[in-house]
Ligand binder design. Structure first.
Ligand SMILES: Nc1ncnc2c1ncn2[C@@H]1O[C@H](COP(=O)(O)OP(=O)(O)OP(=O)(O)O)[C@@H](O)[C@H]1O
Ligand SMILES: [Mg+2]
Length: 255
């Protein structure tokens, strides 16, 4: 079985009295799309923050391609191919869509022409050609989320962490998003970890799903196994039953 490209080992995070994550272990393989679901406050974004280096875990280790990166900065991690998008969007609003992608590659030496070429290819793949010269700050949330994804892809990632990328998207935008995620995983051998409240979207796209609840891994398995797991249904009680319909979507722009 292929080795993990990214691993969280026994990760724990506390916010004062709140145990946001406890003993969380998770591994991603190259080329797979893994879903991460769980009720509001389960710890999904906190896990992304720890994986991407924005937050230091109180316990546990993060391992990238076999190397311990627990103490590495977010910038170091990004430059080694670990990229993410944010639940609360973080685009450069004063820059055009194209420049948002160019900035993401700026650290790379070499010809500016190749960076421009790469940006153009990713814009095209994401259906963003018509928006390339628009300021990112003025875009509706669905389009802005696609730009954030494009920016994460501008410099080819090894691991892509997507925090509610479909939230605020139209059905057409969601279909494009699904196809870009699939292509990124399958053609570029990138590992994708997808957080989404739209469980139907997750189940369709992900070969494997991990369920977090109250900061702990509650279940892990194929989409089919997760749908049938009574513990997962119980964790969602009060929202909806995952075996039939997705839980209520969060507000369009995240929190
Ligand atoms: N900066 C913070 N300070 C204090 N508590 C926090 C902070 N960030 C998150 N928490 C708490 O940690 C827990 C996990 O939050 P987190 O945002 O990771 O959940 P989530 O699964 O991403 O939820 P959602 O689905 O609503 O985005 C929650 O109880 C939350 O209130
Ligand atoms: Mg979150």
């Amino acid at each position: 079985m292929t080795a993990f490209v990214l691993e969280a080992r026994d990760v724990g995070v506390r916010f004062g009295g709140v145990r946001a994550l406890h003993g969380v272990g998770l591994g991603l393989r190259p080329g797979e799309v893994c879903g991460l679901i769980g009720p509001n406050g389960a710890g999904k974004t906190t896990l992304f923050d720890v994986l991407s280096g924005i937050r230091r875990a109180d316990e546990g280790r993060i391992v990238l391609a076999g190397a311990d990166i627990t103490r590495r900065s977010p910038v170091w991690r990004a430059r080694h191919g670990l990229r993410r998008t944010f639940q609360r969007q973080q685009l450069f609003g004063q820059l055009t869509v194209r420049d948002n992608l160019l900035v993401a590659q700026e650290w790379r030496r070499g010809a500016a022409a190749s960076r421009r070429e790469r940006a153009a290819a990713v814009l095209h793949e994401c259906g963003l050609d018509p928006l390339a010269e628009r300021y990112a700050g003025g875009l509706p949330v669905g389009q802005a989320r696609m730009v954030e994804l494009a920016r994460a892809l501008a410099d080819p990632p090894r691991v892509l962490l997507l925090d509610e990328p479909a939230s605020g998207m139209s059905a057409d935008e969601r279909a494009r998003l699904a196809s870009v995620i699939r292509h990124t995983a399958e053609e570029r051998n990138c590992a994708v970890l997808l957080v989404e409240h739209n469980v139907a979207f997750v189940m369709e796209l992900c070969s494997r799903v991990v369920v977090l609840d109250l900061g702990e891994v509650l279940a892990e398995g194929t989409a089919q196994e997760i749908r049938a797991d009574p513990r997962v249904a119980a964790a969602y009680l009060g929202t909806q039953d995952v075996s039939r319909t997705p839980p209520a979507a969060p507000p369009a722009a995240g929190r």
